[in-house]
Write a protein that binds this ligand. Structure first.
Ligand code: UD1
Ligand code: CA
Length: 460
């Protein structure tokens, strides 16, 4: 089997400099959805017909299993498939897909391919409003006779509600002849792929229709409004799938998965969470509202409170994170680590049972077990030119409002007094404090404002 994905159209109505098929749906380019679906059918050859300005498409999607076919100029869908012919395996079925119809399902295509046995199969749907589409013309016996484009159709043909979705399965050995016979003598001066249907009927081959299970599978993207509509459909389908797997969603209409989200058992996700890239939530993870997770792994039983933001980071088993916590790339938390509000962690490992509950910046640090990081602690990791590491060993206690000027090490069991600016290593099991000694001046009077004095007298 061959698959040809048509993606040479310009997509003018997107009003965007980005090629249409590279617009993102559920975190993935439109055409990448189609390519992935095509791959699931294990075709012998997988061709993408791309057009002028399509180098970005090629660069974004290129892979060893794809053949790229430039169609220039673009003279219609029949012309597009003809350009791909030299790249196809001469036998079997050729399946035509559209790069801007991203939600087509593998099961539907399998049925279409089956329907094409010994002939041609067209994926069709009946629409209340068929405006703009090619219509399926059937003979008196109800068999498909041909497809007529909207612009070429008579008034009577325009009243037909069964339309061509554009997705077809064709016998490859016949394609060369049929495509060679196409004419552009029609309302749009294009070579219509749809005209091969009439040719198949003429040749006495069966032409069958297959139907998608859901109408949304065949929706195309031509505008930002349609893209947004398909995004909602895709998200709803992803939410349904998660719930089928046992994930508890507070509201399936208020979750966005822009990539791959894998969940264990008894995972609960509150409203307005966004998952990007690859995210894994192990068993019994609970995600509070408004959390954003990108390329993250969350260990079993961990709770993320509201507004937690995690990117390229891992949280261990039984963690307590947030609200308003930020784990940046390279943050790796072991089991039972607590990270509270307004704590930012970057490129740091934190061993089991350690806590940073309020207002801290931890960057380029290695933190041991059972460490307590007080409020306002800052690892001063950057000297303006280079980054340096901070090491805090097991059981250390870092008092509030402490600056650790890296590179610096806090020894095992050490305590840093509040307000310390640590510039040298703190020895283990000792108190280190860099505070100015506290003093009190008895009876000290606050300054008062002068009254009735002339300006020039003041300050003498
Ligand atoms: C086509 C069908 C029509 C069907 C409709 C479904 C033909 C002649 N008409 O209409 O029966 O109802 O799709 O949406 O096939 N493309 C190319 N090269 C070209 C022209 C198009 O690669 O020269 C690609 C486009 O990028 C797009 C697809 O083919 O992915 C369909 O093109 P489009 O112009 O949207 O379809 P229509 O001709 O309107
Ligand atoms: Ca201070």
């Amino acid at each position: 089997m061959n698959i040809v994905i048509l993606a040479a159209g310009q997509g003018k109505r997107m009003y965007s400099d980005r090629p249409k098929v590279l617009h993102s749906l559920a975190g993935k380019a439109l055409a990448a959805h189609v390519v992935d679906t095509a791959r699931a059918l294990s075709p012998r050859r997988l061709c993408i017909v791309y057009g002028h300005g399509g180098d970005a498409v090629r660069a974004a999607l290129d892979a060893p299993d794809l053949s790229w076919v430039l169609q220039e100029p673009q003279l219609g869908t029949g012309h597009a498939v003809r350009q791909a012919l030299p790249f196809l395996d001469g036998q079997g079925t050729t399946l035509v897909l559209y790069g801007d119809v991203p939600l087509i399902r593998v099961e539907t295509l399998q049925r279409l391919i089956h329907a094409a046995t010994g002939g041609v199969a067209v994926l069709t749907v009946e629409l209340a409003d068929a405006q703009g589409y090619g219509r399926i013309v059937r003979d008196s016996a109800g068999s498909i006779a041909r497809i007529v484009e909207q612009k070429d159709a008579s008034a009577e043909e325009r009243s037909i509600r069964e339309i061509n979705t554009g997705i077809m399965a064709l016998p490859t050995e016949r394609l060369g002849e049929w495509l060679g016979r196409l004419s552009s003598d029609n309302a749009q001066r294009e070579y219509y792929l749809t005209d091969v249907v009439g040719m198949a009927v003429e040749a006495g081959l069966p032409v069958r229709a297959a139907r998608p299970e859901h109408e949304w599978e065949v929706l195309g993207v031509n505008s930002q409004a349609q893209l947004a509509e398909l995004e909602r459909i895709a998200q709803r389908a992803l939410a349904e799938k998660l719930m089928e797997q046992g994930v508890r969603l507070a509201d399936p209409a208020r979750i966005d998965v822009r990539g791959e989200l894998r969940c264990g058992r008894d995972v609960a996700i509150d409203v307005n969470c966004v998952f990007e890239g690859r995210v894994v939530l192990d068993d019994a993870v609970e995600i509070g509202p408004n959390c954003i997770l990108k390329d993250a792994r969350i260990g079993a039983g961990t709770r993320l409170a509201a507004f937690t933001h995690i990117e390229d980071a891992a949280v261990g088993v039984g963690g307590r994170i947030g609200p308003f916590a930020r784990l940046r790339p390279g943050a790796e938390l072991a089991e039972d680590v607590h990270v509270g509000n307004f704590v930012e962690i970057k490129k740091s490992t934190i061993a089991a049972h350690s806590k940073a509950n309020h207002l801290a910046y931890i960057g380029d640090a290695t933190i041991g077990r059972r460490v307590n990081i007080g409020a306002g602690t800052i690892t001063c990791n950057y000297d303006g030119a280079n980054k340096h590491r901070t090491v805090i060993e097991d059981d250390a206690f870092i008092g509030s409002d402490t600056q650790l000027v890296a590179p610096v090490t806090v020894g095992r069991g050490a305590t840093l007094g509040a307000g310390t600016t640590l510039t040298k290593d703190a020895p283990p099991d000792s108190l280190t404090v860099s505070r100015v000694k506290q003093a009190s001046i008895p009876g000290w009077k606050r300054p008062v404002k002068f009254r009735g004095q002339k300006t020039e007298d003041r300050g003498q």
